[in-house]
Ligand binder design. Structure first.
Ligand code: SAM
Ligand code: FES
Length: 354
């Protein structure tokens, strides 16, 4: 394919936020690094228009690795008997939040397996306390599938955002990644409900997950275009040795970076993290993610003694450092690519409260 053709595709995507199915498939399938750089340049222009040079940090508290689900790709799935399970107490979670606040985080993300101990009431209490202690902080939840009343109760308690990756927009592919008791329709309904309630919502998918075809990624892009989430989390699939996908290949860093640029161009003001999975496969993965159009980084705030137990995939990075070291390391990384960490809530432009 000619350079001119690539330049035209990149220009059309940047100008219209859209391509035909065939053109999107070309973008997904082409392996030319120069085309990636062309898309990344356009993506940076767009991210700078909405967010300048700012990078938002989210302090991630992995509060429990106990999960009732059995997602086939996930290291902490219920069926993995080799995991040393833990759950943080409310006091520990609040303490992590306090530490995060002192370090400059203005968004706390509570992420965990679907642990039945954390009932909606318990979660609501934690959210209320976090928000009372740190009034200028946002709380993001990444706690899986619940019913509408529960999502509403947690929103009323003060939760601002919710991350729930759709994982794949293809129903059949979904059924290959999840056990029979998990439902594609339920997950998609959860996303709709979260949006109706008023959360800033994050969808997303793994890149290179088992059985994934370019057509599935095309469907993912079409879904993102129509659902218009405020946040999109994408990262490469990475095998975990205690899952049935242990011998699968990891997803491609290059394709993840290219899709970060594409997502920035189809959803110009989206909050887009450069994920830990990207940093796990490539030591400069998160920096490259920022240069491809990402504008969010999510350093770990969990106590060091539990970090090594929240292993969704093998070789996960940042499992040793204290929170203070993590934030300094992130600041250095962000500055190394010409951006700067902003000590603000970092809401989606359509829901700015600061
Ligand atoms: N339980 C919550 C949920 O289901 O949304 C939050 C935790 S879940 C572990 C967070 C995300 O980790 C999933 O949405 C999935 O995309 C990602 N993940 C799980 N296993 C992974 C793997 N082996 N490689 C890369 N990402 C993985
Ligand atoms: Fe529940 Fe992965 S299976 S967090």
């Amino acid at each position: 394919m000619s350079d001119r053709h690539y330049a035209e595709l990149a220009e059309k995507l940047a100008r219209t936020g859209d391509l035909s199915d065939g053109e999107f498939l070309e973008v997904i399938e082409c392996r030319d690094p120069e085309f990636s750089e062309l898309l990344a340049e356009k993506a940076r222009e767009v991210r700078e228009k909405y967010y300048g040079k700012d990078v938002y940090l989210r302090g991630l508290i992995e509060y429990s690795n106990i999960c009732r689900n059995n997602c086939r790709y996930c290291g902490i799935r219920r069926g993995n008997k080799n995991v040393e399970r833990y759950r943080l107490t409310k006091e520990q979670i609040i303490e992590c939040g306090d530490t995060g606040y002192e370090l400059g985080f203005r968004t706390i993300v509570l992420q965990g397996g679907e642990d039945p101990f954390f009932t909606t009431e318990r979660m609501a209490e934690i959210i209320t306390e976090l928000k009372e202690r740190h009034r200028d902080c946002a709380v993001t939840l990444s706690i899986g599938e619940l019913e509408k009343d529960d999502y509403r109760r947690l929103f009323d308690a003060g939760a601002d955002r919710f991350l729930l990756r759709h994982e794949t927009a293809d129903k059949e592919h979904y059924s290959l990644l999840h056990p029979e008791e998990m439902s594609f329709d339920h997950r998609m309904n959860c996303l709709k409900t979260l949006k109706e309630i008023g959360y800033q919502v994050g969808a997303g998918m793994m890149i290179g997950s088992p059985y994934q075809k370019p057509e599935h990624l095309l469907k993912d892009l079409r879904f993102l275009q129509s659902f218009k989430p405020e946040m999109v989390g994408i990262g490469p699939f990475i095998p975990h040795h205690d899952t049935e996908f242990a011998d699968r290949e990891a997803g491609s860093v290059a394709l993840t970076l290219r899709l970060l640029s594409v997502i920035r161009l189809i959803l110009p003001d989206v909050l887009l993290p450069a994920t830990t999975a990207l940093g796990t496969l490539d030591p400069k993965g998160r920096e490259k993610g920022l240069l491809a159009g990402a504008n969010v980084i999510m350093p770990n705030l969990s106590p060091t003694n539990v970090r090594g137990k929240y292993l969704l995939y093998d070789n996960k990075i940042c499992t040793g450092e204290e929170a203070a070291e993590c934030i300094r390391c992130m600041e250095r990384r962000v500055e190394s690519v010409g951006y700067k960490v902003a000590t603000v809530r970092g809401d989606h432009v359509s829901k700015r409260k600061e």
